[in-house]
Design a protein around this ligand. Structure first.
Ligand code: SF4
Length: 344
């Protein structure tokens, strides 16, 4: 073990959080945790991990579940393609690998929804294979330790950081090493205000010496954000509510939502209301407007238009479902609608 390996593992043993997926070698449970934690904070992901382990104790249970149920259990976590990939991959493992999780990096990487980071995480955590994980935490730690200014979202940067991470990997203990460097990034070498004063690597940290910590890591591009203007029609009678299923290969694919009118720009609300009332021959009784919902590549501006009349146009269209109000909880619906219903 070199100094870096020793220091980081010692730090980890003293500072690590107790997280349930660190107590198992079961590749299914580790895979579950990794998919849940993509784009989700540990605190929030924890409850979902416990829920999925309880509801689907084995990969067979997950593969045999209805997609709608999996999406409903995922509700609130967002980025629903992860849940769909989870379900598809469980079926693949059942059918192609006879229910046994693949145990090589290359076969794990072939699974839907699994990229090089997740494949390295499962390979090392479950099978002790020597593959270094390179996630946002690792990029940050390495770019500071070595004061690297290659953009981490360039192909050159990806190659360079992967090479370095694998050079540094403790090949005898890849699982603990990978956990250690990610945890170090999450708790010690944080994006803002890293705890440099009590850092065991401070002596060798080049960014600390050169005063470049706040400029590391370097990113090439800002993500392009698309604005969308969604107008939902909340049709609710005394005991019924109207929903429809999204079929587009888009956000919330296969989930259920209120009838939707999407606009390409922010329009004056009185004009939108007049258009809705005219198109559906109804009266709007209430409106909640321009609730902003931020996704990684999209900003959604949502407006909810409430009415207690079921328009004929919708009643006669098979794309819409008139369901009892209390049945709504058994349908997977986007968080933005769920939150609106909670607050109204
Ligand atoms: S000294 Fe500061 S910037 Fe450098 S590794 Fe430690 S915490 Fe990160």
């Amino acid at each position: 073990m070199n100094d870096f390996n020793l220091l980081i593992i010692n730090w980890y043993r003293q500072n690590k959080r107790n997280l349930p997926w660190r107590l198992t070698k079961d590749p299914y449970k580790i895979w579950l945790s990794e998919i849940i934690l993509q784009q989700t904070k540990v605190d929030q992901g924890l409850n979902y991990y416990v829920k999925f382990c309880n509801n689907y104790p084995t990969i067979q249970d997950l593969a045999n579940a209805e997609e709608q149920q999996v999406l409903t259990d995922w509700q609130g976590l967002g980025y629903y393609s992860r849940a769909r990939n989870l379900h598809t991959t469980a079926k693949t493992i059942l059918n192609t690998y006879n229910g046994t999780f693949p145990n090589t990096y290359d076969n794990i990487l072939k699974l839907k929804g699994v990229g090089s980071y997740t494949a390295a995480a499962i390979s090392s955590f479950a099978f002790d294979l020597p593959h270094a994980v390179v996630d946002g935490n690792v990029y940050r730690v390495l770019s500071r330790l070595y004061d690297l200014d290659t953009p981490i979202d360039s192909s050159e940067g990806i190659k360079q950081f992967n090479y370095l991470a694998n050079e540094l990997l403790n090949k005898k203990h890849p699982a603990e090493h990978n956990q250690a460097i990610m945890e170090f990034g999450a708790l010690q070498c944080t994006p803002t205000n890293p705890n440099c004063t009590s850092c065991p690597l401070a002596q060798t940290c080049l960014a600390q010496k050169k005063g470049t910590i706040s400029q590391r890591p370097v990113k090439k591009s800002k993500t392009k954000v698309r604005n969308r203007y969604l107008h939902f029609l909340h049709i609710e009678t005394e005991d019924q509510i109207i929903i429809t299923q999204r079929t587009e290969k888009d956000i919330w694919q296969n989930m259920f939502q209120f009838p939707l009118i999407e606009k390409t720009s922010l329009e004056e609300l009185s004009l939108v209301q007049a258009e809705i009332e005219r198109t559906y021959n109804i009266k709007i009784s209430d409106v909640k407007s321009n609730i902003k919902h931020i996704l990684s590549h999209q900003h959604l501006y949502t407006t909810f238009w409430k009415t207690n009349t079921i328009p004929e146009k919708i009643r006669s269209d098979k794309a819409y479902f008139i369901i009892p109000k209390e049945a709504l909880t058994s349908y997977p619906i986007p968080r933005v609608i769920d939150r609106y219903l909670e607050e109204n």
